[in-house]
Design a protein around this ligand. Sequence first.
Ligand SMILES: Cc1ncc(COP(=O)(O)O)c(C=O)c1O
Length: 372
Amino acid sequence: MMPFIDLATQRERLKDKLDTTISKIISEGRYVLGPEVGELEERLAAFGQVDHALTCANGTDALSLPLLAWELQPGDAVFVPSFTFAATAEVVALLGATPVFVDIDPDTYCMCPKSLAKAIAWTKSQTELKLRVVIAVDLFGQPADYPAISAICKAEGLKLIADSAQGFGCTLNGKHPAAWADISSISFYPAKPLGCYGDGGAVVTRDPNLAGLIKSLRNHGEGEARYSYERIGLNSRLDTLQAGILLAKLDIFSEEITARNTAAQAYAKGFGDVVKTPKVIDGGVSVWAQYTIEVDDRDTFRSKLNEAGVPTAIYYPVPIHLQDPYAGFPVAPGGLPVTETASPRVVSLPMDSYLEGERQETVIRAVRAALT
Ligand SMILES: Cc1ncc(COP(=O)(O)O)c(C=O)c1O
């Protein structure tokens, strides 16, 4: 069976650099918030076209930190898609606030601005709920419709988070999500397009005040003086080893994004005539965290691919609003028909920066054989 995500080829490519970095960091002994962390933050800010980047322990904390900075509380409504990883809604519920679930666009799988507008109108009629934040997700690595979503946020006085856990590096009309969003939240989980060798996360933002608050919050709410605290925070720091590993990977990240786009084009050319392939928003460049297609009989399709030695995965089999812990939270008026239609049909194929040649041909042949 071929790998679903090939991390080994990249590891081999960067072996010397990674080995040198890792042994340097271990021998220097500054394991938490060492110099590589600051260097990585500068490089991430430059890559994301903003002035401020702060690393943290994982992509989930990267979502919690701005919500803590904005002092989210019970009664606050946060608009989130349901077709996403649990963390997007989890961070809201964990703070005692209310996730309001919004439908997605059927082509891009990202938040639908029309459904968002309907959800906002309904929430305004609920006296116990206050409009606070929208979390748009760059699902599967492609940018959400930020021009439309940020216009709604501005008109309604809502903060906007780009949950770019899967999407760091994606652009829309040449700009990164943080050009529209108040903040962009990133995950460096190993399988992500820019992944480390453990857990890791970061935020990037144009807003110096928000960056200052998050710098304090990620380290227990510390103040200027050591062991003085200005707020209640978290222990959410990136360790120096992960920062060193990410610095090595960031050097080749642009090249890898191009390779992922080449692989996505080869898939579309290879089987776009027999199955629904993903469509990126006009002007958008995806980083292809996942390559997701839609089929009628998913179980049969998956077992045929499995027999051909091609692994597949389902992102996501059950939308969040239909899972027990989230079933009591509101959904946009009219429900989430696009989300509920997509989830039994979607299936993701192998995708990474080193997908080419015979390995990709094998996937294309298997998809065609299973569907024709
Ligand atoms: C959309 C989305 N948001 C948030 C997260 C959370 O990131 P982490 O696993 O680094 O906490 C993920 C991770 O898979 C994700 O896909």
